[in-house]
Design a protein around this ligand. Structure first.
Ligand code: P1T
Length: 380
């Protein structure tokens, strides 16, 4: 019988180590593995760019959480995203959602465009607008849902149906939802990417990434590029992500519980113009979020009244919330996307999307929620 999510998070890939019986997967800090005879490898291990047992454990674990067959661990979310994109050939076309993490936008626009890939960024919250954008050379539809930083929700099933009818692959960045709240492979997505830096590791102490797929051919292609180009994480980082994942389920429950209370608090506050949180009825895709996710996550974006001056003085005043980039750790973080995480978006793109000087993004941690609300109340 297939074990449930919480059990798999703790056990999958992490069987006791066969030589010593160590219950916790060891950090195999080695670059190479002895061979019994030329080409005769123990358990398939030869050189740690290709395979490392700590990494293998993490890859099996993340694949299982996504209900996928194949997982790959990367040294960063951007490395995972770049390696998947490297499957394409010059002349291929990618349709990406418009509110994609700015680092993804940057690598598409500034790196892959130079290698003659084409990109269009469109509002994929309206799936009917997608079909007009599909061209003969469209190879990937790239989703991020909820998106960073505006928490737009894409109808994953509708988009994967359109993609399949047109023989196009779908990739989704599932970093914000995590597999605890959203399982895109079950909605027809071909490849899931993650920044494990965020919720999967959960403790703001590593940079990492992951890819999961059910398709053996895609897995082999991505693995080949990863090994050929050398985009691999170290064993200590893999160990930390594995350790973080063991508590993913209970962390996500608390992140969401705290975020819901804070979103409701902010929505009533007179200094706040608008709150964006998929769990609020006021979110334009609330019904869709309820349908395709099993929870709404821990990220809230909101617009403060009073322009940049108000944003600045609020962000300088918070004490429990740390003014810092990133998200998904146990501690609450808060930031100003226009000046901090989304600077690589051109001004006109920020304006079009609504990433203004009044926009604030917070990653609600798992501290006592009353302390977090006190901190926000005092600072607003
Ligand atoms: O930082 P890295 O592990 O390379 O992950 C990049 C990345 C990919 N996808 C999403 C949805 C992300 O949010 C990120 C990184 N984001 C931040 C650092 C941030 O503060 O938004």
């Amino acid at each position: 019988m297939k074990q449930r999510f919480e059990t798999r998070a703790i056990h999958t890939g992490c069987e006791p180590e066969p030589v010593t019986g160590a219950v916790v997967t060891p950090i195999f800090q080695t670059s190479t593995f002895v061979q019994e005879s030329p080409g005769k490898k123990k358990e398939g291990y030869a050189y740690a760019r290709t395979h490392n047992p700590t990494r293998t454990a993490l890859e099996k674990n993340i694949a299982s959480l996504e209900d996928g067959n194949y997982g790959l661990a990367f040294p960063s979310g951007m490395a995972a995203i770049s390696t998947v994109t490297q499957m394409l050939n010059a002349g291929d076309h990618v349709i990406s959602c418009d509110d994609v993490y700015s680092g993804t936008f940057r690598v598409f626009e500034k790196v892959f465009k130079r290698q003659n890939l084409e990109f269009d960024f469109i509002d994929l919250t309206k799936p009917h607008s997608l079909e007009k954008q599909i061209k003969d050379n469209t190879k990937i539809i790239w989703l991020e849902s909820p998106s960073n930083p505006l928490l737009k929700i894409t109808d994953i099933k509708s988009i994967t149906n359109i993609a399949k009818n047109n023989n196009i692959l779908t990739v989704i960045d599932n970093t914000f939802a995590t597999p605890f709240f959203q399982k895109p492979l079950n909605l027809g997505v071909d490849i899931v990417v993650h920044s494990t830096t965020k919720y999967l590791n959960g403790h703001s102490d590593i940079i990492g990434g992951a890819v999961v797929t059910n398709d053996r051919e895609l897995y082999d292609k991505i693995r080949f590029i990863q090994n050929a180009a050398g985009s691999v994480p170290g064993p200590f980082d893999c160990f930390l992500v594995l350790r973080g994942i063991k508590t993913l389920a209970i962390r996500m429950e608390r992140h969401q519980e705290n975020a819901m209370k804070i979103a409701q608090f902010l929505e009533k506050h007179t200094k706040v113009r608008k709150v964006i949180y998929p769990g609020l009825k006021s979110h334009p895709q609330y019904e869709l979020a309820k349908r395709q996710m099993s929870g709404f996550g821990g990220i809230i974006s909101f617009f403060i009244k009073g322009g940049l001056d108000a944003s600045r003085s609020f962000l300088e005043r918070v004490e429990i919330f740390s003014l810092a980039e990133s998200l998904g750790g146990v501690e609450s973080l808060i930031e100003h996307p226009a000046i901090m995480t989304h600077t690589s978006l051109p001004k006109e793109v920020k304006e079009k999307l609504g990433i203004s000087d009044e926009l604030i993004r917070m990653s609600v941690g798992i501290e006592n929620v009353d302390d977090l609300i006190d901190d926000l109340e005092k600072s607003l």
